[in-house]
Design a protein around this ligand. Structure first.
Ligand SMILES: Cc1ncc(COP(=O)(O)O)c(C=O)c1O
Length: 466
C-alpha cells in the first residue's frame, strides 16, 4: 500500500469539515475532498447516506480496490473498515464482478417466479448454514432482522422480544433501542430514533449480553409473552464482546423452555468467520438466522433462514401469514455476487489467511501496548479486531463504559493521517480481508506504534505533540 499524500489533520475540527482544516479560508485553497463534501452537504442531509458514515475527517472516496481506499484527492488508505464488514475478499473482487456482469448480460430482473441463480444460492446456504432448512432473500440486514421478528411473532402469537444492550440489528422500529447507549441510558428506554412509537419500543425487553440470569428473569416476568430472543452471537456492534462459555447454549435452552424462538443475527459473523456462520463454530442452533454483509462481498444481498416449519409461515407460500415481499429480493446481480463469493470461500484458504493475520495483528498490538504501558485491551475474533482504551475484562456492555471514547476516536483519526483507515467512531471494529497481507500488518503495527507513542507522550491533547 502506498500513501500518496498522507492527510494533514489536526484535532481542531471546528467547522465540521476535515479535522484541522480552517473552513474560513477561501474556497480555492480547499482540497478536492473538502469541495466535494461541501457539494454533498448542499444536496444530501449531512452529506452522507448513512448515519454511521458521518465521520471526521469527512472523506469523499473515489475507489475501493483490494485493501486500499482512494479519496478524491488521490490519498490512499489501507482499509480496515471493509465497508462495515462485507468485503471479506477485499473490495471490488474481479471474480465476483465478472459473475455480476454475466448475470446482468444474461438475466436482468425478471421480477416474477424465481431464477436459477436464486435456487442455486438457496441450496448453497442450506448446505453451509447448519440451522438453515429454508431461506428467503432480501436486500439488507435490516430487512432480514425485521422479517425474523415478524415471523417469530406470527409463529408464536406473542408480542415481546428480548434484545441485548449494545447489539444493533438494523433500522427496524422494534429493534432500534439500546444500541450504543450513553452511561445514563444503559438499560433505560434508549430509543434509537425519534418517530418510533413508544408502545412499539415497550414490547422490546433489554438484557445484558453474557448475563443468562438476567435473561431468565425477563422471561419469567413475561411468561407466554416473549416471541423471540435476538442476539449477535458475538457482539461486534460494540467492537468485539465474545460470548462467555455456555452463554449461547444457555440462551438456546431458555428460549426452548419458555417457548420463544432464538434468532441469531449473523449479519456480521455469517460468512466472515465461517461459511456456516458463528453457529458452525459454537455448535448452538438458532431457530432463525439473519445473514447479510459478507455473503456477497459488498453487493446488496441479505437472507433469513431457519427451520422449515417457521419459514413456511412466510407469505411466499400460499398458506403463509407473515408477509414477505421486495422488488429487488434475490436480485440476479446480488445472487451472482453471493455465489461467486461463496465459491471462493469454499475453494481458497480465506479463513486460514484472515484468522492468521488477525492473530498477528492482535499479538503485535498487545506487545506495543505492553511496551508503552498504555491502558488498553486488544481483542477480536478471526478477521475482526478492536483496541479499547481501558482495563479488562470486556465481557458486558457495562464493562465498555470504562473505555476512553475520546482516546479511541483520536487514535483512529491519527491513524488516518498515517494512511490507515480505521473507522474514527467509538467502539467500531476493524476488519481484515483476503486482500490484506503480512506487509500490510507490519505497516499497520508501525503506524499504530507511532500514533500511540504520541498519545502516551501527550495524553491530554495529541494535536500539540506533532
Ligand atoms: C448485526 C447487524 N445486524 C443487522 C444490521 C443491519 O444491516 P443493514 O445495514 O444491511 O441493514 C447490521 C448493520 O450493521 C448489523 O451489524
Amino acid at each position: 500500500m502506498t500513501s500518496n499524500t498522507p492527510l494533514e489533520i489536526s484535532t481542531d475540527n471546528a467547522g465540521g469539515g476535515r479535522s484541522g482544516v480552517d473552513l474560513r479560508v477561501s474556497t480555492s485553497s480547499l482540497s478536492l475532498n473538502e469541495r466535494a463534501f461541501e457539494e454533498a452537504c448542499r444536496v444530501v442531509p449531512g452529506g452522507v447516506n448513512s448515519t454511521s458514515r458521518r465521520i471526521s475527517p469527512s472523506l469523499v472516496f473515489r475507489s475501493a480496490e483490494g485493501a486500499i481506499l482512494t479519496d478524491v484527492d488521490g490519498n490512499q488508505y489501507l482499509d480496515y473498515h471493509g465497508g462495515f464488514g462485507p468485503a471479506i475478499l477485499g473490495h471490488n473482487h474481479p471474480d465476483v464482478n465478472r459473475r455480476v456482469v454475466d448475470a446482468l448480460d444474461s438475466c436482468g430482473l425478471p421480477g416474477a417466479g424465481t431464477t436459477e441463480l436464486e435456487i442455486e444460492l438457496a441450496k448453497k446456504i442450506c448446505q453451509h448454514v447448519p440451522s438453515a432448512e429454508k431461506v428467503l432473500f432480501c436486500t439488507s440486514g435490516s430487512q432480514a432482522t425485521f422479517h425474523a421478528v415478524r415471523v417469530a411473532r406470527a409463529f408464536t402469537g406473542r408480542k415481546k422480544i428480548i434484545k441485548f444492550q449494545g447489539c444493533y440489528h438494523g433500522i427496524e422500529d422494534s429493534l432500534l433501542r439500546n444500541v450504543a447507549s450513553q452511561p445514563d441510558q444503559v438499560f433505560r428506554l434508549d430509543a434509537g430514533s425519534a418517530g418510533i412509537l413508544p408502545e412499539v419500543l415497550a414490547q422490546t425487553l433489554v438484557c445484558e449480553f453474557n448475563d443468562l440470569d438476567g435473561v431468565e428473569q425477563a422471561l419469567a416476568a413475561h411468561v407466554g409473552d416473549v416471541a423471540a430472543i435476538i442476539v449477535e452471537p458475538i457482539m461486534h456492534n460494540a467492537g468485539c464482546i465474545l460470548p462467555r462459555a455456555g452463554f449461547l447454549q444457555g440462551l438456546r435452552e431458555l428460549a426452548t423452555r419458555y417457548g420463544a424462538l432464538l434468532i441469531f443475527d449473523e449479519v456480521i459473523t455469517g460468512f466472515r468467520h465461517h461459511l456456516g456462520g458463528y453457529q458452525a463454530i459454537c455448535g448452538v442452533m438458532p431457530d432463525l438466522t439473519a445473514l447479510g454483509k459478507a455473503i456477497a462481498n459488498g453487493f446488496p444481498l441479505a437472507a433469513i433462514c431457519g427451520k422449515a416449519e417457521i419459514m413456511d409461515h412466510f407469505s411466499t407460500r400460499a398458506a403463509g401469514d407473515a408477509y414477505f415481499a421486495g422488488t429487488y429480493n434475490g436480485h440476479p446481480i446480488a445472487c451472482a455476487a453471493a455465489l461467486a463469493t461463496i465459491e471462493i470461500l469454499e475453494r481458497e484458504p480465506v479463513y486460514e489467511h484472515v484468522f492468521r493475520l488477525g492473530e498477528r495483528l492482535r499479538r503485535g498490538l498487545a506487545a506495543i501496548h505492553q511496551r508503552l504501558g498504555t491502558q488498553a485491551v486488544v481483542t477480536g475474533f478471526g478477521s475482526i479486531s478492536v483496541t479499547y482504551f481501558m482495563d479488562g475484562p470486556v465481557e458486558t456492555y457495562a464493562d465498555l463504559l470504562r473505555n476512553d471514547a475520546a482516546r479511541f476516536v483520536e487514535y483512529r483519526r491519527r491513524l488516518i493521517e498515517h494512511g490507515i483507515f480505521s473507522m474514527p467512531l467509538n467502539l467500531k471494529r476493524d476488519h481484515l480481508s483476503y486482500a490484506h497481507t503480512d506487509a500490510h500488518v507490519d505497516q499497520t503495527l508501525e503506524a499504530c506504534e507511532n500514533v500511540l507513542v504520541k498519545i502516551v507522550r501527550c495524553p491530554s491533547s495529541v494535536a500539540h505533540c506533532s
